[in-house]
Design a protein around this ligand. Sequence first.
Ligand code: ZN
Length: 269
Amino acid sequence: MADPSTQLSDQSIPERAVKKAEVFKEPPTPKCVMAISAHPDDQEFTVAGTLAKWARAGSEIVTVCITSGDAGSNEKTDPDMAKHKLAHIREEEQRNACRVLGIAHVEFLHYPDGTLQPTLELRRDLTRVIRKYKPEVVVCGDPTVRFYGNSYMNHPDHRVAADVALDAVFPSAGTRFIFPELLAEGFEPHEVRKVFVHGSEKGETYIDISAVLDVKIAALKEHRSQLGDWDPSEMLRDWAKDEGKERGLDAAESFRVMILKEDEEKSNA
Ligand SMILES: [Zn+2]
């Protein structure tokens, strides 16, 4: 791997030369964070350690769930279960998981599970919640990853959720004349400073989650309708250990971090 200090600024972007992130230092705790996922439990499998850590350090966190997980899973879902009933159960489970993590706000957008499309309607709905809560950091998946290893094809809802989340962050949330109907509803433009993209092949920013790994596991266990009697502890521990290896950490989550706007302290310096 190349020495990061020798990596050049990306000056191939004509609008502006973007400085490389300081990839080996753990970023400061953001004041307000929004984590956007397709399904209840996505957040707990992926970024819950980071969210738990930030919540304990004082971040205000909003979880946005685009669907209510009403398609369930073939293995764990009773085929006689009504979809609306399952949606209700899974929303409760997501709220409980957020409580464990220390997340106060949970928003469901009630899109249908399994058939999510990258529509302008969804982009507007995500733009609305971003403008409502004004997060400094948005956490979402990586829409460019189609395959993980040789046995998991990224769920189409995950790709769509990530794609539209990024489109809502830029340019919609910060641009006054995109979705003018949101202005009429009272939602002024808001510029998100950073995007933490999880599940990325270019994840170079590591968050040490050793102190909160148990919290992440406890939060995932709240999704009882999906886990059945399977205990996910060992798998989550293995994942966190694997992620941490690269930086000599016992447990970590990694992100590709996009810096759209420098921190205030930095830009004033
Ligand atoms: Zn999912």
